[in-house]
Write a protein of this length. Structure first.
Lengths: 281, 448
């Protein structure tokens, strides 16, 4: 199929990388300003303001800890008093909340700024990027909570926190940016995308290696996890935050490869759709 | 200076319309077309040279905004070439790129960044922008609390301060008050003098005539006219108010140069509804009833349209001794005479006239519909009638043009003769020569 042939066109892919670098060099002030505004817009209109940014992820954390630790009484192993399992679950959930934050807004990244795209000559490729950047404070907050918990239960290592975690964040940014470009581009034309994404995000919590203790997962589901790119991202974050060492070797390879493929193809999809945005907005 | 700032070559724009988003998805998946197409622009070609101001005229839906958006680069063309030379700033709507909840100050920065200015540069020009927009007291209030005139001022100030090579304006100038409009015109003039180009859309013919070097009339996505703003403005006026039948036919005329377009319309219509009164005189003598009557001056400025069931055969001005005159003395009283001829019996019609100065500015207008007299009595088929309207020439010296019109009570134009007669008002030494009207002043003395 021509789509596959085009995506394998390496010159096109190299050009995409050059274009991305060019955009970052050309508009650093605008990107920064737009991301700041995005965050401000999200919370400044609400009565509680920034409390939402902090409170919402913490509430999700608390609800899950309550359900699985105190109601279902799941433990990782006989010695576990509950703290280990909490750190285990939240190390996966931290990145999942951040993924949800970014992916949930990705389909409307261009739509919500229709006035910019439609009316002026605006570098619209900045819009998906600002969504990803605006998701980083959430990721930082969630990871911070998990690091604290992990240290408390004696799981965290300096290697995990200072070497693996920064790498994980880079993986996260690159992979999310790529996916956001695709979703934002298609979302202009197919408005259902945002509902589809919302649905997948709420189902996805149960289809990814987040809540389940390794011993309790059936082999077929364990294999199934591998098909989602998010699983690898989750495993990487879990290695960094909970294990403190590399456990999922394959994921540390697969994650960056997927992230770069997503970024390049996402950019190319977005660029090919961009000239036609004006028709749909 | 050799290369034009904007160059369009056989530009087409086809909008694809899907009735339901589902159709778009199915088309994407199956590859079978499930949309219908709407041709918004057809074969548009023109150049905008550097240092010129070009106005776009056209009725609603004629494709003006689509064209501007394609030139500005926010919309893709379906085929054809667009070449632009230099930085473009576009004001396509009020508050372009502005966020209603941000303050004016924040919006100036955001708008400037969006237009590609570095932050430091915006800081440097900030005061100039605020002073131009005259919003110093409001700059820290949210944009949404601004009046539409204030919004227009800030938008215009930001868009023009980035010093673009090409400025595109879509009806944004109409919103500001007269003072700001003057300021905007001044800035546009400065732009022009520095060799920048401006492409603007306005529904205000007078505005187009006042500031444009050239006007382009779009109709149903085609260039109908391209030329002198005054001429194009008249054709646009005709397009707006001519009866629907005529309108379709003028729309069907392909894009041609000014004279050709008139010819084309004439060809489709035969001699019955001629545009050009000069032609009428030559070809269809039956419209000339009374050759002996003081013939109205048939100068080349005249444009004519209407149903012509009832016609204005002659227009002249006479003095109180009923002698036709061309040279009027300021503040004297005269009579404007319209000779009407009915081709078929009519119900009461309204008559009116308009006085315009040499630059096309409307100086005075009056008709029986808005006056107290009401419609003139019915005229039998084949009958002639002369309408006399007394007036005082409160005009200063100069050349003026009379536009005479007859219309049905529902405003359907029967016969409109644009600038069909020229008259001259003799010099009036007591007032400034730049005056247009004569207010007949009297000095009452200097009270303490």
């Amino acid at each position: 199929m021509s789509v596959i042939a085009r995506s394998l066109n390496m010159r096109g892919n190299a050009l995409a990388v050059a274009e991305i670098a060019g955009m970052l060099r050309q508009h650093p002030a605008l990107i920064w300003e737009m991301a700041k505004r995005e965050l401000k817009d999200r919370y400044s209109g609400n009565a509680l303001g920034l409390a939402w940014a902090v409170g919402a992820p913490l509430a999700i954390f608390a609800a899950n800890v309550l359900a699985f630790l105190f109601i279902f009484r799941i433990r990782l192993n006989p010695e576990d008093t509950g703290g280990s399992y909490a750190a285990f679950v939240l190390s996966g959930m931290a990145v999942w909340v951040a993924i949800g934050e970014v992916m949930g807004r990705a389909p409307t990244a261009v739509l919500q700024s229709a006035n910019l795209v439609k009316q002026i000559v605006f570098p619209s490729e900045i819009l998906p990027l600002k969504i990803v950047i605006a998701g980083l404070p959430t990721l930082a907050l969630c990871c911070g909570v998990v690091v604290a918990l992990s240290v408390a239960v004696g799981h965290a290592t300096p290697f995990g926190m200072f070497v693996l975690l920064p790498i994980c964040v880079v993986y996260f940014v690159v992979m999310m940016t790529g996916l956001t470009y695709v979703l934002a581009g298609i979302g202009v034309f197919l408005r259902d995308i945002k509902d589809v994404v919302a649905l997948l995000l709420s189902i996805g919590l149960f289809l990814h290696p987040i809540l389940y203790a390794p011993a309790s997962v059936p082999a077929w589901l364990e294999r199934g996890f591998n098909f989602s790119p998010f699983s690898h991202l989750i495993w990487c974050f879990r290695d960094a935050l909970f294990e403190g060492r590399i456990v999922h070797y394959a994921s540390w390879i697969i994650c960056p490869v997927l992230a770069i493929i997503f970024l390049v193809l996402g950019w190319r999809v977005f660029r090919s759709l961009r000239p036609t945005f004006g028709n749909a907005l | 200076m050799t290369q034009p700032a904007i160059s369009l070559r056989s530009l087409n724009k086809v909008y694809r319309v899907w009735n339901h988003p589902r159709d778009l998805l199915l088309e994407g998946l199956t590859g079978r077309a499930r949309h219908y197409e709407f041709q918004a622009l057809t074969d548009i070609s023109f150049d905008v040279p550097k240092g010129s101001v070009v106005g776009l005229l056209g009725r609603n839906g004629a494709g003006k905004s689509t064209l501007l958006r394609i030139v500005a680069g926010t919309l893709d063309a379906s085929s054809g070439h667009v070449r632009t030379d230099g930085r473009i700033a576009a004001i396509l709507e009020l508050g372009t790129g502005f966020h209603p909840d941000y303050t004016g100050r924040e919006n100036v920065f955001l708008g400037g960044l969006c237009l590609g200015l570095p932050r430091r540069e915006i800081e440097r020009r900030f005061d100039e922008i605020v002073d131009f927009a005259e919003l110093r007291d409001f700059i820290d209030h949210p944009f949404r609390t601004y009046s539409s005139g204030m919004q227009a001022r800030l938008t215009f100030a930001v868009a023009t301060c980035v010093d673009p090579d090409i400025l595109i304006i879509d009806e944004a100038l109409g919103v500001g008050d007269a003072r700001f409009q003057l300021k905007s015109f001044d800035r546009i003039r400065q732009f022009k003098e520095r060799g920048k180009s401006i492409l603007l859309v306005s529904h205000n013919i007078a505005q187009i005539v006042a500031i444009c070097d050239r006007a382009i009339l779009l109709e149903q996505g085609r260039v109908l006219e391209d030329g002198d703003p005054n001429t194009v403005g008249k054709i646009y006026h005709e397009l707006l108010f001519a009866p629907p039948k005529r309108r379709e036919e003028s729309a069907a005329a392909p894009s041609l140069q000014s004279e050709d377009a008139v010819d084309a319309v004439r060809d489709t219509k035969g001699t019955e509804l001629d545009l050009d009164a000069g032609f009428t005189e030559a070809a269809s003598s039956e419209t000339r009833v009374d050759k002996a009557a003081p013939s109205s001056h048939q100068d080349t400025r005249e444009r004519r349209y209407g149903l012509r069931e009832i016609e204005i055969t002659d227009v002249w001005i006479e003095n109180n001794d009923k002698c036709p005159v061309k040279l009027l003395q300021s503040l004297e009283t005269y009579r404007l005479v319209l000779r009407l001829r009915a081709k078929r019996s009519t119900v009461g019609v309204n008559v009116g006239f308009l006085v315009r100065d040499g630059r096309g500015n409307e100086v005075f207008g009056w008709d029986t519909a808005s006056g107290h007299s009401g419609p003139i009595p019915p005229i039998e088929a084949g009958q002639l009638r002369e309408i006399r309207i007394a007036f005082r020439a409160n005009l200063s010296s100069g050349n003026f043009f009379i536009t005479a019109a007859v219309a049905n009570p529902d405003s359907t134009k029967q016969d409109v003769r644009f600038d069909c007669m020229e008259f001259v008002v003799a010099p009036t030494p007591s007032i400034f020569s730049s005056s247009v009207v004569n207010l007949d002043v009297r000095m009452l003395g200097a009270a303490v």
